[in-house]
Design a protein around this ligand. Structure first.
Ligand SMILES: Cc1cc2nc3c(=O)[nH]c(=O)nc-3n(C[C@H](O)[C@H](O)[C@H](O)COP(=O)(O)OP(=O)(O)OC[C@H]3O[C@@H](n4cnc5c(N)ncnc54)[C@H](O)[C@@H]3O)c2cc1C
Length: 449
Protein backbone atom coordinates (compact mmCIF):
# COMPACT_ATOMS: atom_id res chain seq x y z
CA UNK A 1 0.00 0.00 0.00
CA UNK A 2 1.32 3.51 -0.77
CA UNK A 3 2.05 5.80 2.15
CA UNK A 4 -0.07 8.92 2.70
CA UNK A 5 2.69 10.38 4.87
CA UNK A 6 5.83 9.42 6.79
CA UNK A 7 4.53 10.07 10.30
CA UNK A 8 1.08 10.29 11.87
CA UNK A 9 0.85 12.12 15.20
CA UNK A 10 -2.28 11.34 17.23
CA UNK A 11 -3.34 14.31 19.37
CA UNK A 12 -2.68 18.06 19.16
CA UNK A 13 -1.81 18.85 22.80
CA UNK A 14 1.67 20.19 23.66
CA UNK A 15 3.35 16.81 23.05
CA UNK A 16 1.77 16.25 19.63
CA UNK A 17 2.20 19.84 18.45
CA UNK A 18 5.90 19.93 19.47
CA UNK A 19 6.53 16.62 17.68
CA UNK A 20 4.66 17.67 14.52
CA UNK A 21 6.31 21.12 14.41
CA UNK A 22 9.81 19.65 14.72
CA UNK A 23 9.20 16.98 12.06
CA UNK A 24 7.63 19.45 9.62
CA UNK A 25 10.61 21.79 10.08
CA UNK A 26 12.84 18.79 9.30
CA UNK A 27 10.94 18.32 5.98
CA UNK A 28 9.22 15.11 7.10
CA UNK A 29 5.69 14.57 5.76
CA UNK A 30 3.62 14.57 8.95
CA UNK A 31 -0.15 14.41 9.50
CA UNK A 32 -1.56 15.34 12.94
CA UNK A 33 -5.01 13.96 13.76
CA UNK A 34 -6.80 15.76 16.60
CA UNK A 35 -10.22 14.67 17.88
CA UNK A 36 -11.37 18.09 19.12
CA UNK A 37 -11.77 21.58 17.67
CA UNK A 38 -9.23 24.04 19.10
CA UNK A 39 -9.25 26.17 21.16
CA UNK A 40 -10.58 23.76 23.78
CA UNK A 41 -10.38 23.69 27.59
CA UNK A 42 -7.54 21.73 29.21
CA UNK A 43 -6.22 21.72 32.75
CA UNK A 44 -2.46 22.09 33.39
CA UNK A 45 -1.52 25.75 33.30
CA UNK A 46 1.81 26.20 35.05
CA UNK A 47 4.99 25.65 32.99
CA UNK A 48 8.57 24.86 34.03
CA UNK A 49 11.67 26.76 32.89
CA UNK A 50 12.95 23.82 30.82
CA UNK A 51 10.17 24.33 28.24
CA UNK A 52 11.99 27.41 26.91
CA UNK A 53 14.51 25.11 25.25
CA UNK A 54 11.71 23.25 23.46
CA UNK A 55 10.15 26.51 22.22
CA UNK A 56 13.56 27.46 20.83
CA UNK A 57 14.02 24.09 19.09
CA UNK A 58 10.62 24.27 17.35
CA UNK A 59 10.88 27.99 16.49
CA UNK A 60 8.08 29.07 18.84
CA UNK A 61 9.98 31.35 21.26
CA UNK A 62 8.73 34.65 19.81
CA UNK A 63 5.22 33.31 19.38
CA UNK A 64 4.99 32.45 23.10
CA UNK A 65 6.69 35.71 24.17
CA UNK A 66 4.25 37.80 22.15
CA UNK A 67 1.21 36.01 23.64
CA UNK A 68 1.39 38.09 26.84
CA UNK A 69 1.06 35.17 29.29
CA UNK A 70 1.85 35.96 32.97
CA UNK A 71 5.56 35.54 33.71
CA UNK A 72 6.53 32.83 36.16
CA UNK A 73 9.91 32.86 37.92
CA UNK A 74 9.28 30.00 40.29
CA UNK A 75 6.98 28.50 42.87
CA UNK A 76 6.02 29.45 46.40
CA UNK A 77 5.25 26.56 48.76
CA UNK A 78 3.16 27.45 51.78
CA UNK A 79 2.18 25.55 54.94
CA UNK A 80 -1.57 25.09 55.62
CA UNK A 81 -1.81 28.03 58.01
CA UNK A 82 0.49 30.25 55.92
CA UNK A 83 3.13 30.30 58.67
CA UNK A 84 5.99 29.26 56.34
CA UNK A 85 6.51 30.34 52.73
CA UNK A 86 9.31 28.62 50.82
CA UNK A 87 10.27 30.39 47.58
CA UNK A 88 11.74 28.23 44.87
CA UNK A 89 13.11 30.83 42.45
CA UNK A 90 14.39 29.08 39.32
CA UNK A 91 17.14 31.72 38.96
CA UNK A 92 19.00 30.55 42.10
CA UNK A 93 19.87 27.22 40.52
CA UNK A 94 22.81 28.20 38.33
CA UNK A 95 21.92 25.28 36.02
CA UNK A 96 18.79 26.83 34.50
CA UNK A 97 19.71 28.87 31.40
CA UNK A 98 16.35 30.70 31.03
CA UNK A 99 14.72 30.80 34.47
CA UNK A 100 11.63 32.77 33.48
CA UNK A 101 8.70 30.78 32.13
CA UNK A 102 4.92 31.21 31.85
CA UNK A 103 1.49 30.53 33.33
CA UNK A 104 -0.85 29.74 30.45
CA UNK A 105 -4.60 29.42 29.88
CA UNK A 106 -4.30 26.11 28.05
CA UNK A 107 -7.05 26.76 25.50
CA UNK A 108 -5.00 29.65 24.09
CA UNK A 109 -1.55 28.08 24.60
CA UNK A 110 -2.45 24.74 22.97
CA UNK A 111 -4.15 26.55 20.10
CA UNK A 112 -1.01 28.65 19.47
CA UNK A 113 1.19 25.54 19.37
CA UNK A 114 -1.20 23.61 17.12
CA UNK A 115 -1.40 26.53 14.63
CA UNK A 116 2.39 26.79 14.84
CA UNK A 117 2.75 23.11 13.86
CA UNK A 118 0.49 23.80 10.85
CA UNK A 119 2.48 26.95 9.94
CA UNK A 120 5.66 24.82 10.02
CA UNK A 121 4.13 22.55 7.38
CA UNK A 122 2.38 19.78 9.34
CA UNK A 123 -0.95 18.66 7.89
CA UNK A 124 -3.14 19.37 10.94
CA UNK A 125 -6.63 17.88 10.86
CA UNK A 126 -9.00 18.75 13.72
CA UNK A 127 -12.20 16.80 14.43
CA UNK A 128 -10.40 13.63 13.32
CA UNK A 129 -10.74 10.87 15.88
CA UNK A 130 -8.42 7.86 15.60
CA UNK A 131 -10.37 4.65 16.10
CA UNK A 132 -7.83 1.94 15.46
CA UNK A 133 -4.12 1.41 14.76
CA UNK A 134 -2.91 -1.68 12.86
CA UNK A 135 0.79 -2.54 12.43
CA UNK A 136 2.38 -4.68 9.71
CA UNK A 137 5.96 -5.27 8.57
CA UNK A 138 6.00 -2.26 6.23
CA UNK A 139 3.98 0.40 8.00
CA UNK A 140 1.00 1.47 10.09
CA UNK A 141 -2.67 1.82 9.08
CA UNK A 142 -4.72 4.24 11.16
CA UNK A 143 -8.48 4.10 11.01
CA UNK A 144 -10.08 7.45 11.80
CA UNK A 145 -13.42 9.17 11.57
CA UNK A 146 -14.14 12.80 10.87
CA UNK A 147 -16.19 14.12 13.78
CA UNK A 148 -19.19 16.23 12.85
CA UNK A 149 -18.86 19.95 13.24
CA UNK A 150 -20.81 20.55 16.47
CA UNK A 151 -22.29 23.74 14.98
CA UNK A 152 -23.04 22.39 11.53
CA UNK A 153 -26.09 20.72 10.02
CA UNK A 154 -24.40 17.33 10.23
CA UNK A 155 -24.68 17.51 14.03
CA UNK A 156 -28.36 16.73 13.54
CA UNK A 157 -29.10 13.52 15.45
CA UNK A 158 -30.71 12.05 12.31
CA UNK A 159 -27.64 12.53 10.10
CA UNK A 160 -25.62 9.44 9.13
CA UNK A 161 -22.27 9.42 10.94
CA UNK A 162 -19.34 9.89 8.56
CA UNK A 163 -17.62 6.72 7.37
CA UNK A 164 -14.33 5.56 8.88
CA UNK A 165 -11.25 6.04 6.67
CA UNK A 166 -7.71 4.72 6.69
CA UNK A 167 -4.44 6.64 6.64
CA UNK A 168 -1.21 4.83 5.85
CA UNK A 169 2.06 5.90 7.46
CA UNK A 170 5.58 4.58 8.15
CA UNK A 171 5.37 5.23 11.89
CA UNK A 172 2.93 6.58 14.49
CA UNK A 173 3.57 8.93 17.40
CA UNK A 174 0.91 8.53 20.06
CA UNK A 175 0.34 11.92 21.74
CA UNK A 176 -3.29 11.23 22.65
CA UNK A 177 -2.88 12.34 26.27
CA UNK A 178 -4.66 10.35 28.93
CA UNK A 179 -6.73 8.58 26.25
CA UNK A 180 -3.39 6.74 25.91
CA UNK A 181 -4.40 4.82 22.77
CA UNK A 182 -1.33 2.59 22.41
CA UNK A 183 -0.76 2.26 26.15
CA UNK A 184 -4.22 0.75 26.56
CA UNK A 185 -4.01 -1.32 23.42
CA UNK A 186 -0.66 -2.92 24.31
CA UNK A 187 -1.43 -3.04 28.04
CA UNK A 188 1.58 -0.83 28.87
CA UNK A 189 0.06 1.27 31.61
CA UNK A 190 1.27 0.70 35.17
CA UNK A 191 -1.22 1.90 37.77
CA UNK A 192 0.00 4.12 40.59
CA UNK A 193 -2.54 3.32 43.31
CA UNK A 194 -0.62 5.41 45.88
CA UNK A 195 -0.94 8.46 43.59
CA UNK A 196 -4.50 7.86 42.41
CA UNK A 197 -5.49 11.30 43.63
CA UNK A 198 -8.54 13.49 43.03
CA UNK A 199 -8.44 17.12 41.83
CA UNK A 200 -11.27 19.64 42.06
CA UNK A 201 -10.74 23.07 40.51
CA UNK A 202 -12.07 26.23 38.88
CA UNK A 203 -11.06 29.76 37.81
CA UNK A 204 -11.62 32.81 40.03
CA UNK A 205 -11.30 36.59 39.82
CA UNK A 206 -10.43 38.81 42.78
CA UNK A 207 -7.64 36.68 44.30
CA UNK A 208 -4.76 38.86 45.56
CA UNK A 209 -1.26 38.25 44.14
CA UNK A 210 2.20 38.66 45.54
CA UNK A 211 4.17 41.75 44.55
CA UNK A 212 6.96 42.13 41.98
CA UNK A 213 8.88 39.09 40.89
CA UNK A 214 6.71 36.74 42.96
CA UNK A 215 3.44 37.95 41.36
CA UNK A 216 3.43 35.23 38.70
CA UNK A 217 4.49 32.35 40.96
CA UNK A 218 2.39 29.28 41.31
CA UNK A 219 1.45 29.07 45.00
CA UNK A 220 1.27 25.53 46.34
CA UNK A 221 -0.42 25.38 49.75
CA UNK A 222 -0.05 22.12 51.68
CA UNK A 223 -3.11 20.76 53.45
CA UNK A 224 -2.86 18.94 56.74
CA UNK A 225 -4.60 15.83 55.30
CA UNK A 226 -1.78 15.23 52.79
CA UNK A 227 -3.50 17.14 49.98
CA UNK A 228 -2.56 20.53 48.62
CA UNK A 229 -3.91 23.55 46.74
CA UNK A 230 -2.61 25.25 43.62
CA UNK A 231 -3.17 28.95 42.86
CA UNK A 232 -1.95 29.87 39.37
CA UNK A 233 -2.36 33.39 37.93
CA UNK A 234 -3.30 32.58 34.33
CA UNK A 235 -4.22 36.10 33.17
CA UNK A 236 -4.33 39.67 34.49
CA UNK A 237 -7.54 38.94 36.40
CA UNK A 238 -8.01 35.14 36.57
CA UNK A 239 -6.53 32.70 39.07
CA UNK A 240 -6.75 28.95 38.52
CA UNK A 241 -7.47 27.43 41.93
CA UNK A 242 -7.62 23.71 42.61
CA UNK A 243 -7.25 21.18 45.41
CA UNK A 244 -5.66 17.75 45.05
CA UNK A 245 -6.52 15.10 47.63
CA UNK A 246 -5.12 11.62 48.14
CA UNK A 247 -7.92 9.02 47.83
CA UNK A 248 -7.96 8.47 51.58
CA UNK A 249 -8.47 12.18 52.29
CA UNK A 250 -11.09 12.45 49.52
CA UNK A 251 -13.06 9.55 50.98
CA UNK A 252 -12.97 11.22 54.39
CA UNK A 253 -14.85 14.22 52.93
CA UNK A 254 -18.68 14.23 53.03
CA UNK A 255 -20.47 13.53 49.73
CA UNK A 256 -20.97 16.96 48.22
CA UNK A 257 -21.39 18.35 44.74
CA UNK A 258 -18.13 19.60 43.18
CA UNK A 259 -18.75 23.24 43.98
CA UNK A 260 -19.64 22.61 47.63
CA UNK A 261 -16.61 20.32 47.99
CA UNK A 262 -14.22 22.95 46.64
CA UNK A 263 -15.79 25.59 48.92
CA UNK A 264 -15.37 23.32 51.91
CA UNK A 265 -11.72 22.57 51.08
CA UNK A 266 -10.99 26.29 50.64
CA UNK A 267 -12.66 27.07 53.97
CA UNK A 268 -10.65 24.50 55.93
CA UNK A 269 -7.24 25.48 54.51
CA UNK A 270 -6.54 28.73 56.42
CA UNK A 271 -3.91 30.17 54.04
CA UNK A 272 -6.20 29.60 51.03
CA UNK A 273 -9.34 30.78 52.82
CA UNK A 274 -7.65 34.14 53.49
CA UNK A 275 -6.61 34.56 49.85
CA UNK A 276 -10.06 33.57 48.57
CA UNK A 277 -12.04 35.84 50.91
CA UNK A 278 -13.07 38.22 48.08
CA UNK A 279 -12.88 35.76 45.15
CA UNK A 280 -15.59 35.34 42.51
CA UNK A 281 -15.87 32.07 40.63
CA UNK A 282 -15.82 32.49 36.83
CA UNK A 283 -15.96 28.84 35.67
CA UNK A 284 -17.84 25.69 36.52
CA UNK A 285 -16.07 23.53 39.10
CA UNK A 286 -14.49 20.47 37.47
CA UNK A 287 -13.10 17.27 38.88
CA UNK A 288 -10.45 14.76 37.69
CA UNK A 289 -9.62 11.43 39.32
CA UNK A 290 -7.05 8.63 39.40
CA UNK A 291 -4.70 10.43 37.11
CA UNK A 292 -1.25 8.93 37.70
CA UNK A 293 0.20 5.96 35.78
CA UNK A 294 3.56 4.78 34.54
CA UNK A 295 4.42 2.69 31.49
CA UNK A 296 6.42 -0.47 30.85
CA UNK A 297 7.59 0.88 27.45
CA UNK A 298 7.58 4.15 25.53
CA UNK A 299 8.57 2.80 22.10
CA UNK A 300 8.35 -0.27 19.88
CA UNK A 301 8.52 -1.21 16.20
CA UNK A 302 7.02 1.76 14.29
CA UNK A 303 5.61 3.51 17.37
CA UNK A 304 6.52 5.78 20.20
CA UNK A 305 4.40 7.39 22.93
CA UNK A 306 5.01 10.97 24.10
CA UNK A 307 3.53 13.09 26.90
CA UNK A 308 0.58 11.77 28.90
CA UNK A 309 -0.06 9.08 26.27
CA UNK A 310 2.91 7.24 27.85
CA UNK A 311 2.73 8.10 31.52
CA UNK A 312 1.29 10.75 33.78
CA UNK A 313 2.23 12.13 37.17
CA UNK A 314 0.28 13.93 39.84
CA UNK A 315 0.70 17.66 39.05
CA UNK A 316 2.18 18.93 42.35
CA UNK A 317 5.42 20.02 40.68
CA UNK A 318 3.79 21.14 37.38
CA UNK A 319 5.85 18.64 35.40
CA UNK A 320 3.15 17.50 32.91
CA UNK A 321 3.49 20.02 30.08
CA UNK A 322 7.29 20.09 30.42
CA UNK A 323 7.43 16.29 30.08
CA UNK A 324 4.95 16.49 27.18
CA UNK A 325 6.92 19.13 25.26
CA UNK A 326 10.34 17.59 25.90
CA UNK A 327 9.27 14.06 25.04
CA UNK A 328 7.42 15.37 21.97
CA UNK A 329 10.63 17.01 20.79
CA UNK A 330 12.97 14.14 21.71
CA UNK A 331 10.58 11.58 20.25
CA UNK A 332 10.37 13.56 17.01
CA UNK A 333 14.18 13.78 16.81
CA UNK A 334 14.43 10.00 17.27
CA UNK A 335 11.80 9.43 14.58
CA UNK A 336 13.54 11.81 12.14
CA UNK A 337 16.82 9.92 12.68
CA UNK A 338 15.04 6.58 12.24
CA UNK A 339 13.49 7.73 8.95
CA UNK A 340 16.86 8.96 7.68
CA UNK A 341 18.49 5.59 8.49
CA UNK A 342 15.47 3.60 7.40
CA UNK A 343 15.32 1.94 10.81
CA UNK A 344 12.04 2.35 12.70
CA UNK A 345 12.52 -0.66 14.95
CA UNK A 346 12.22 -0.65 18.74
CA UNK A 347 16.03 -0.82 18.87
CA UNK A 348 16.31 2.53 17.07
CA UNK A 349 14.23 4.13 19.85
CA UNK A 350 15.98 2.52 22.81
CA UNK A 351 17.63 5.77 23.94
CA UNK A 352 14.35 7.67 23.75
CA UNK A 353 12.63 4.89 25.69
CA UNK A 354 15.26 4.95 28.45
CA UNK A 355 15.35 8.74 28.74
CA UNK A 356 11.57 8.98 28.94
CA UNK A 357 11.50 6.39 31.72
CA UNK A 358 14.28 8.23 33.59
CA UNK A 359 12.51 11.56 33.14
CA UNK A 360 9.31 10.13 34.60
CA UNK A 361 11.11 8.45 37.50
CA UNK A 362 13.10 11.60 38.37
CA UNK A 363 9.92 13.61 38.85
CA UNK A 364 8.07 10.68 40.38
CA UNK A 365 10.59 10.48 43.19
CA UNK A 366 9.76 14.06 44.18
CA UNK A 367 6.02 13.68 43.70
CA UNK A 368 5.73 10.50 45.80
CA UNK A 369 7.93 12.05 48.51
CA UNK A 370 5.80 15.21 48.63
CA UNK A 371 2.94 13.10 49.98
CA UNK A 372 5.01 12.04 52.99
CA UNK A 373 5.24 13.98 56.22
CA UNK A 374 9.03 13.66 56.44
CA UNK A 375 9.52 15.31 53.01
CA UNK A 376 7.28 18.20 53.98
CA UNK A 377 9.03 18.60 57.34
CA UNK A 378 12.36 19.07 55.57
CA UNK A 379 10.98 21.05 52.64
CA UNK A 380 9.45 23.60 55.01
CA UNK A 381 12.34 23.52 57.51
CA UNK A 382 13.78 26.89 58.52
CA UNK A 383 17.25 26.69 57.01
CA UNK A 384 17.68 24.09 54.28
CA UNK A 385 21.35 23.83 53.22
CA UNK A 386 21.60 26.29 50.27
CA UNK A 387 23.38 23.91 47.86
CA UNK A 388 20.89 21.16 48.61
CA UNK A 389 18.01 23.57 48.05
CA UNK A 390 19.53 24.80 44.77
CA UNK A 391 19.78 21.20 43.56
CA UNK A 392 16.09 20.65 44.39
CA UNK A 393 15.12 23.88 42.59
CA UNK A 394 17.04 22.72 39.50
CA UNK A 395 14.80 19.67 39.20
CA UNK A 396 11.68 21.69 40.03
CA UNK A 397 12.62 24.01 37.13
CA UNK A 398 12.40 20.95 34.86
CA UNK A 399 16.08 19.97 34.68
CA UNK A 400 15.52 16.40 35.78
CA UNK A 401 19.12 15.32 35.07
CA UNK A 402 21.25 18.04 36.69
CA UNK A 403 25.04 18.08 37.21
CA UNK A 404 26.63 15.23 39.15
CA UNK A 405 27.21 17.56 42.11
CA UNK A 406 23.51 18.42 42.24
CA UNK A 407 22.69 14.72 41.98
CA UNK A 408 24.86 14.08 45.05
CA UNK A 409 22.95 16.80 46.95
CA UNK A 410 19.67 15.26 45.85
CA UNK A 411 20.79 11.86 47.13
CA UNK A 412 21.68 13.49 50.46
CA UNK A 413 18.29 15.18 50.56
CA UNK A 414 16.39 11.93 50.01
CA UNK A 415 18.61 10.24 52.56
CA UNK A 416 17.68 13.00 55.03
CA UNK A 417 13.99 12.41 54.24
CA UNK A 418 14.44 8.75 55.21
CA UNK A 419 16.29 9.71 58.39
CA UNK A 420 13.59 12.22 59.26
CA UNK A 421 10.98 9.49 58.83
CA UNK A 422 12.86 7.47 61.42
CA UNK A 423 14.25 10.01 63.89
CA UNK A 424 12.05 13.09 63.41
CA UNK A 425 14.97 15.48 63.92
CA UNK A 426 13.07 18.43 62.33
CA UNK A 427 9.81 19.72 63.88
CA UNK A 428 6.65 19.12 61.82
CA UNK A 429 4.84 22.02 60.20
CA UNK A 430 1.70 19.96 59.77
CA UNK A 431 0.48 20.73 63.21
CA UNK A 432 -3.00 19.26 63.29
CA UNK A 433 -3.00 15.78 64.83
CA UNK A 434 -5.67 14.55 62.42
CA UNK A 435 -3.49 15.64 59.55
CA UNK A 436 -0.56 13.62 60.85
CA UNK A 437 -2.66 10.48 61.01
CA UNK A 438 -4.04 10.91 57.49
CA UNK A 439 -0.61 11.54 56.05
CA UNK A 440 0.88 8.54 57.81
CA UNK A 441 -1.90 6.40 56.34
CA UNK A 442 -1.09 7.75 52.92
CA UNK A 443 2.61 6.97 53.36
CA UNK A 444 1.59 3.33 53.86
CA UNK A 445 -0.39 3.48 50.59
CA UNK A 446 2.67 4.80 48.79
CA UNK A 447 5.02 2.17 50.15
CA UNK A 448 3.26 -0.45 48.07
CA UNK A 449 3.90 1.39 44.79
C1 LIG B 1 -5.64 18.34 37.82
C2 LIG B 1 -4.48 18.51 36.93
C3 LIG B 1 -3.66 19.64 37.04
C4 LIG B 1 -2.54 19.79 36.20
N1 LIG B 1 -1.73 20.88 36.34
C5 LIG B 1 -0.62 21.00 35.58
C6 LIG B 1 0.23 22.14 35.68
O1 LIG B 1 -0.01 23.06 36.45
N2 LIG B 1 1.34 22.18 34.89
C7 LIG B 1 1.64 21.18 34.01
O2 LIG B 1 2.67 21.24 33.34
N3 LIG B 1 0.82 20.11 33.86
C8 LIG B 1 -0.29 20.00 34.62
N4 LIG B 1 -1.12 18.94 34.44
C9 LIG B 1 -0.74 17.94 33.44
C10 LIG B 1 -1.05 18.39 32.02
O3 LIG B 1 -2.42 18.66 31.91
C11 LIG B 1 -0.67 17.29 31.03
O4 LIG B 1 0.51 16.65 31.44
C12 LIG B 1 -0.47 17.82 29.59
O5 LIG B 1 -1.65 18.38 29.11
C13 LIG B 1 -0.01 16.67 28.68
O6 LIG B 1 0.01 17.09 27.33
P1 LIG B 1 -0.19 16.02 26.15
O7 LIG B 1 0.08 16.76 24.89
O8 LIG B 1 0.57 14.79 26.44
O9 LIG B 1 -1.72 15.59 26.25
P2 LIG B 1 -3.04 16.49 26.07
O10 LIG B 1 -2.74 17.91 26.33
O11 LIG B 1 -4.09 15.86 26.90
O12 LIG B 1 -3.40 16.34 24.53
C14 LIG B 1 -3.87 15.13 24.01
C15 LIG B 1 -4.73 15.42 22.78
O13 LIG B 1 -5.07 14.19 22.16
C16 LIG B 1 -6.38 14.27 21.63
N5 LIG B 1 -6.91 12.92 21.46
C17 LIG B 1 -7.25 12.03 22.42
N6 LIG B 1 -7.73 10.89 21.87
C18 LIG B 1 -7.69 11.07 20.53
C19 LIG B 1 -8.07 10.25 19.42
N7 LIG B 1 -8.60 9.03 19.57
N8 LIG B 1 -7.90 10.75 18.16
C20 LIG B 1 -7.37 12.00 17.97
N9 LIG B 1 -7.02 12.81 19.00
C21 LIG B 1 -7.17 12.35 20.26
C22 LIG B 1 -7.12 15.07 22.70
O14 LIG B 1 -8.27 15.69 22.18
C23 LIG B 1 -6.04 16.08 23.15
O15 LIG B 1 -6.18 17.33 22.48
C24 LIG B 1 -2.25 18.79 35.24
C25 LIG B 1 -3.09 17.69 35.10
C26 LIG B 1 -4.19 17.53 35.93
C27 LIG B 1 -5.06 16.32 35.78
Amino acid sequence: MPFDCDVVVIGGGPAGSAAAAFLARSHVRVVLLERDTFPRFHIGESLLASVNEVFEAIGATDLIRRAGFPQKWGATFITPDGGVERFADFAISGEVPFPQTWQVPRAHFDDLLLRHAAACGADVRERHRVLDIAFDDDGVSLTYRREDDPNGAAADAQATPPAARVLRSRIVIDASGRASLLGRRFGLRVDEPGLANVAVFSHYAGVPRNDGRRAGDIRVVARSDGGWFWLIPISADLMSVGAVLPQRAFQAQPRLDHHALLQRLIADTPAVARLMAGAERRWPVRIERDFSYGSTRYAGDRWITVGDAGSFLDPVFSSGVAIALESGLEGARAVARGLARNDLSARAFATFDRRQRDRYQSFRRFVAAFYTESFRDLFFSDDPPPRMFRAIVTVLAGYWRPSWMSRVWLQLFFLSVRLQERFRFEPSHLREEQGHEDLEGHEEDLEGT
